[in-house]
Ligand binder design. Sequence first.
Ligand SMILES: *Cc1c(COP(=O)(O)O)cnc(C)c1O
Length: 429
Amino acid sequence: MENNKKQNLETICVQAGWAPKNGEPRVLPIYQSTTFKYDNTEQMADLFDLKASGYFYTRLQNPTNDAVAAKITALEGGVAGMLTSSGQAASFYAIFNICEAGDHFVSSSTIYGGTFNLFAVTMKKFGIDCTFVDPDASEEEIAKAFRPNTKALFGETIANPVLSVLDIEKFARIAHSHGVPLIVDNTFPTPINCRPFEFGADIVTHATTKYMDGHASNVGGCIVDSGNFDWEAHKDKFPGLTEPDPSYHGLAYTKAFGKNAYITKATVQLMRDLGSIQAPQNAFLLNLGLESLHLRVPRHCENAQKVAEYLEKNDKVAWVNYSGLKSSKYHALAQKQFTNGQSCGVVTFGLKGDRERAIRFMDNLKLACIVTHVADARTCVLHPASHTHRQLSDEQLIEAGVRPDLIRFSVGIENVNDIIADIEQALEK
Ligand SMILES: *Cc1c(COP(=O)(O)O)cnc(C)c1O
């Protein structure tokens, strides 16, 4: 939708993506169809040759999905986007679209555990190597990780669960001085609080599973391209985009699709061959979540700020990490990068005493439930050392930036007084 760029985020959340014509459904329909009908053979043939654009098979594209991808693209201020079946699929496609066997990329070490496994273990099996860097290291230090075959730099705006804040401008400078794009996972702040393209990121990924859906009802992902990275200027590095694709009669994506080259390739090549499409049903639910994203995210942050301040004052609490607190080493960066300095609804903290203390505290919570999930309407809590990261020793945990006593507290949109009362009674026990 052309005029979205001029609209405000709140309006985009509610309105973008689906613009019904006269007599069409007001609400985005679920196109529950694997296939699409054409009047003659040639029309269909042109679609398969990418000579014409249109739908033919839902594994590649579906109108419900595309409407929702267009909304997220407008929220991020990008030129093109696509939905994927999960956040993991989005991270995988974002890298695999520009890396092949023999290539290398650099990633921040403080990233979501699932992404860490994907990059460190599974990508290696594809012949793609990843070097992890401390995101807070100097530009010179991070630059040392680059090699002649490096094709991308990756980071998380706010890392799950470490909550380190990525200096996107610094990362963009490093990526661009090496002729590669910066890919940023923007799941935790969402575009309501941060739009990474404004700070120089080239591609953004999301686990829409988290705040975007917001109700813990469906797993999904999204990739958005800013259209700013000049693949042709670095054509020796990105032959997959700039050289003829034998699976499309020698078409070259940059020449045929210009600024849409990256997302077009990910759709017509990776999605065609690997097939991690989001179900249109899920895209419909995701769209309902997006319609209230601009209302929910500020409330999550407001509540999280109060919870963080409460915890910081409590003498049973050893430490609190939340970029909204003045004591956070990321406070200044959060003020600069995030709308109203708001980051997300997730707070991490540790209790005085041993690791058992954290477990006892969590077992005594009543309103806050113990779940693997994070970033939805209901307050929830997780102890990474006992759950998501339980295979790691205390030394390995510290290396991954996850302290053994770290409690990840995902503040929901209930009344904050009830959330704090729950914490208080659990601390007292
Ligand atoms: C959850 C999460 C992912 C993975 O998303 P899934 O939808 O669970 O596959 C990726 N990045 C971040 C920051 C996440 O929190």
